[in-house]
Design a protein around this ligand. Structure first.
Ligand code: AMP
Length: 126
């Protein structure tokens, strides 16, 4: 059976202002903040303000305005934090875990943006 969105997940609570966060950028449809347990010198989480559980759900159901806002916000924070090649940075990795096999912990779509060091292999060998 398909899961439904849990309005009490930690990112929903951040969006409602119930939990503090270290915001890097806020736009009409998107919030980008620093991961609380960073895995790299730059570790950002970009989330839509809408109630989407996974990347595929966001791509399938979000409005054009939400998707455009999200993608431009991601580009902007890569520039702000200096990791984008366009501002002289060394690059970054952008990944989204989805569902059980993706090992997603927080069931609100988020894009991890990791940079500031070489990120190594994408996944552990099987
Ligand atoms: P995922 O496994 O893709 O669902 O990743 C969830 C991420 O959320 C992890 O990297 C956590 O460190 C991060 N996280 C959990 N709670 C918070 C919080 N309150 N503020 C910032 N990041 C958080």
């Amino acid at each position: 059976m398909a899961q439904s969105y849990d309005p009490n997940n930690v990112f929903a609570r951040i969006l409602r202002g119930e939990i503090p966060n270290d915001t890097v950028l806020e736009t009409p449809h998107t919030l980008v903040f620093r991961d609380i347990t960073p895995k790299a010198p730059v570790h950002l989480l970009a989330i839509p303000k809408g109630a989407y559980m996974t990347v595929d759900e966001f791509y399938a159901r979000a409005s054009d305005a939400e998707i455009l806002d999200f993608t431009r916000a991601v580009a902007r924070v890569c520039e702000i934090t200096g990791i984008a090649a366009s501002v002289g940075g060394n690059g970054f990795r952008a990944i989204s875990n989805a569902g059980a096999d993706g090992m997603q912990e927080v069931p609100h779509f988020h894009l991890h943006i990791l940079g500031g060091r070489p990120m190594g292999a994408l996944v552990e060998p099987a």
